[in-house]
Design a protein around this ligand. Structure first.
Ligand SMILES: *[C@@H]1O[C@H](CO)[C@@H](O)[C@H](O)[C@H]1NC(C)=O
Ligand SMILES: *[C@@H]1O[C@H](CO)[C@@H](O)[C@H](O)[C@H]1NC(C)=O
Ligand SMILES: *[C@@H]1O[C@H](CO)[C@@H](O)[C@H](O)[C@H]1NC(C)=O
Ligand SMILES: *[C@@H]1O[C@H](CO)[C@@H](O)[C@H](O)[C@H]1NC(C)=O
Ligand SMILES: *[C@@H]1O[C@H](CO)[C@@H](O)[C@H](O)[C@H]1NC(C)=O
Ligand SMILES: *[C@@H]1O[C@H](CO)[C@@H](O)[C@H](O)[C@H]1NC(C)=O
Ligand SMILES: *[C@@H]1O[C@H](CO)[C@@H](O)[C@H](O)[C@H]1NC(C)=O
Length: 219
C-alpha cells in the first residue's frame, strides 16, 4: 500500500516537473526576440559625381546625401514597431577622426513577421565640401538609433533600444558607395581600415563568460 502510494506520488511529481519544463520552454520560445538588422543599401553624394559637376557648375554646391536604408525583421512570428529612426552622418578627416555632417530622421513604422523594408531618404550636409579623402576614397560614418516594441500575438513588449553604425566608402569620382552589397549598421568602431574589432568583441564576450563562470563556481 505504502509502496503504491509513493509510486503514485512519484508519477505525479515527474509529470508535474515535465509539464512545468515544457511550459517554460514554450514560453521561452514564444517570448524570445531577435534584434532587427539595419543595412545601408545605397549611398550617393551628387556633389562628387564628376559627370554632373563638369556640366553644371551649380551642382558642386549640392550637399545632399541620398541613401537607402534596409531594415530586416528576422522574427518569423513577431512584428516590430519602430520609433522614429535617428540617423547621423559624419565625414572621416583621417583614419580616426570624424566631423559631423548631417542628421535626419525617418518616421515611426510597423513591420510584419519576417519582413524586409527599404526606405529611400536624404540628408543635407553642413560645413563645407564633402570631398576629404582617406586612403583614396571619401569615407562616411553612418549611425542609427531607435527604439522598438516587439508584437507577440496581440501584445506589445516594452521598448528596447536598437542602434548601430558602420563606415561607408564612397567613390570620390562617381559619388557612389564602393561596396555594391548592403553594409550592416552594427558595432563597427568609427575607424577606417580596422578589421580587428569583431575579434576583440568576441574576446570580451568570452572573458565575460569565464568571469561569470568563476563567480558561479565560487558561490
Ligand atoms: C552622375 O551624373 C550623370 C550625369 O547627370 C548621371 O547620368 C549619372 O546617373 C549620375 N550618377 C549617379 C550614380 O547617379
Ligand atoms: C541635389 O541633387 C539631388 C539629386 O540630383 C536633387 O534631388 C536635389 O534636389 C539637389 N539639391 C539641391 C539643393 O540642389
Ligand atoms: C589612429 O589611432 C591609432 C591607435 O590609437 C594610432 O596608432 C594611429 O596612429 C592613429 N592614426 C591617425 C591617422 O591618427
Ligand atoms: C546632429 O544632432 C546632434 C545631437 O542630436 C547635434 O549635437 C549635432 O550638432 C547635429 N549635427 C548636425 C550636423 O546637425
Ligand atoms: C573640396 O571642396 C572645397 C570647397 O567646395 C574646394 O575648395 C576644394 O578645392 C575641394 N577639394 C578637392 C580635392 O576637390
Ligand atoms: C571609382 O569609380 C571609377 C569609375 O567608375 C573607377 O575607375 C574607380 O576604380 C573607382 N574607385 C574605387 C576606389 O572604387
Ligand atoms: C588603404 O587601401 C589599401 C588598398 O586598397 C588597403 O590595403 C589598406 O588596408 C587601406 N588602408 C586603410 C587604413 O584603410
Amino acid at each position: 500500500m505504502a509502496g503504491e502510494r509513493s509510486a503514485n506520488l512519484c508519477t505525479c511529481c515527474t509529470s508535474f516537473i515535465t509539464s512545468t519544463g515544457l511550459i517554460i520552454i514554450f514560453l521561452w520560445l514564444t517570448l524570445r526576440t531577435q534584434q532587427p538588422k539595419c543595412f545601408i543599401q545605397s549611398l550617393y553624394l551628387p556633389s562628387l559625381n564628376k559627370t554632373i559637376t563638369s556640366n553644371h557648375k551649380h551642382s558642386k554646391n549640392n550637399n545632399t546625401i541620398i541613401f537607402n536604408l534596409k531594415v530586416t525583421n528576422t522574427n518569423k512570428d513577431k512584428g516590430v514597431l519602430y520609433d522614429t529612426v535617428r540617423l547621423t552622418f559624419s565625414l572621416f578627416l583621417d583614419a580616426n577622426t570624424t566631423r559631423p555632417l548631417a542628421n535626419t530622421t525617418l518616421e515611426p513604422f510597423y513591420q510584419g513577421h519576417g519582413r524586409t523594408t527599404e526606405k529611400w531618404s536624404s540628408a543635407e550636409a553642413h560645413g563645407g565640401g564633402v570631398n576629404r579623402t582617406v586612403n583614396g576614397s571619401v569615407f562616411l560614418r553612418v549611425d542609427f538609433a531607435t527604439r522598438v516594441n516587439y508584437k507577440i500575438m496581440l501584445f506589445y513588449t516594452k521598448r528596447h533600444r536598437l542602434s548601430g553604425g558602420a563606415n561607408v566608402e564612397v567613390n570620390v569620382s562617381t559619388g557612389e558607395k564602393v561596396d555594391p552589397k548592403g553594409i550592416r549598421l552594427g558595432n563597427t568602431p568609427p575607424r577606417v581600415g580596422s578589421e580587428a574589432a569583431p575579434v576583440r568583441n568576441r574576446w570580451i564576450a568570452l572573458s565575460t563568460f569565464l568571469v561569470s563562470l568563476c563567480f558561479y563556481l565560487t558561490y
